[in-house]
Design a binder for this molecule. Structure first.
Ligand code: GDP
Length: 304
């Protein structure tokens, strides 16, 4: 329900555009496909992914030229679900809190303001609810407020936090966090980082150092690298995603602020273009407002 409310604007935008492209027509001609293409692009699906979707639809309508508005909508829905499946092959059906190792180390990256700290708080809550012990690491030492915010989230979620003084070395905080999680026998550590994108080389060096020290404490750590993107920024989020995936092996995406944006199409484009699965979506500011990404539920919400 939250998801439906969340993507309402995206849905209204997309549906009204699709509606306009096929209004009063009983055949799908080249002009209709052009209009559909525009509808997807202006919903922030992205050019490359839009072209793929249109190609698939073109192939299918080539066989059966007479197609109703509902059939076309069904067709688009099927094609988008299929495309999301290709790019989210191991998608869990529900929240998965069980790992074959302990502690499970998650590094969270993304630029300021995208909802990184909030998403970590929400994730900590999900793990806590699943009966797991969680340690947060405040390795975003660049912004003074970041540590305080994470502290507030740790209290909300009822989990512990490792922090150091302002301007501490992020890698040192990351090291402490992983070491503490290991010593305590915690199940999960979630480490916040400062995502400064001003310079690819320094970002690569900083994240590289953090990863190295984590791996020294726990074999194979970090086990997950989650990139947080603000869906309401549309193609801007796509650019950030490209910049991060260029320098670090992102294992999953968190798309935030899907509530109240008309740019929900970005969810489809970003996983497709980057070949990185969307793991979670943020649909509000509250602690429960993080959902495991479910492509069918998402597409259903998008198409009403
Ligand atoms: P950070 O700088 O990346 O750590 O971003 P924050 O976690 O501090 O979030 C920035 C702002 O975005 C805050 O006001 C959050 O409440 C808000 N925010 C985060 N996630 C969501 C979401 O899914 N939906 C909405 N509406 N707001 C969000």
């Amino acid at each position: 329900e939250k998801l439906e409310q969340g993507v309402e604007k995206s849905r209204d935008g997309l549906l009204s555009k699709i509606g306009k492209s096929i209004a009063g027509k009983d055949t799908v001609d080249a002009a209709t496909l052009d209009d559909l293409e525009d509808a997807l692009i202006t919903s922030d699906v992205g050019v490359k992914t839009t072209v793929e979707i249109i190609d698939r639809i073109e192939e299918r309508v080539a066989k059966d030229k007479f197609i109703t508005q509902n059939e076309l909508q069904e067709l688009m829905r099927d094609e988008i679900v299929a495309l999301l499946k290709d790019n989210n092959p191991d998608q869990p059906a529900e929240f998965d809190a069980d790992f074959p190792h302990k502690p499970h180390i998650v590094l969270v990256v993304g630029v300021n303001g995208v909802g990184k700290t909030t998403s970590i708080g929400k994730l900590a809550h999900l793990y806590k609810m699943a009966g797991k012990s969680v340690v947060l690491g405040a390795a975003d030492t660049f912004r003074a407020a970041a540590v305080d915010q994470l502290k507030i989230w740790s209290e909300r979620a009822g989990v512990s936090i490792i922090q150091q003084g302002q301007n501490a070395d992020p890698a040192a905080v990351a090291y402490d966090t992983v070491a503490s999680a290991k010593a305590k026998g915690a199940d999960i550590a979630l480490v916040d980082t400062a995502g400064r994108l001003h310079n690819k080389k320094s970002l690569m060096e900083e994240l590289g150092k953090i990863k190295r020290v984590m791996g020294k404490v726990v074999d194979g750590a970090p086990h997950e690298i989650l990139l947080v993107l603000d869906a309401s920024t549309g193609q801007n989020a796509m650019q950030q995603a490209k910049a991060f995936t260029d320098v670090v092996d992102v294992t999953g995406l968190i798309l935030t602020k899907l509530d109240g944006t008309a740019k929900g199409g970005i969810v489809i484009g970003v996983s497709n273009e980057l070949n990185v699965p969307v793991k979670y979506i943020g649909v509000g500011e509250q602690i429960e407002d993080l959902q495991v990404f479910d492509r069918v539920a998402f597409v259903n919400a998008l198409f009403g």
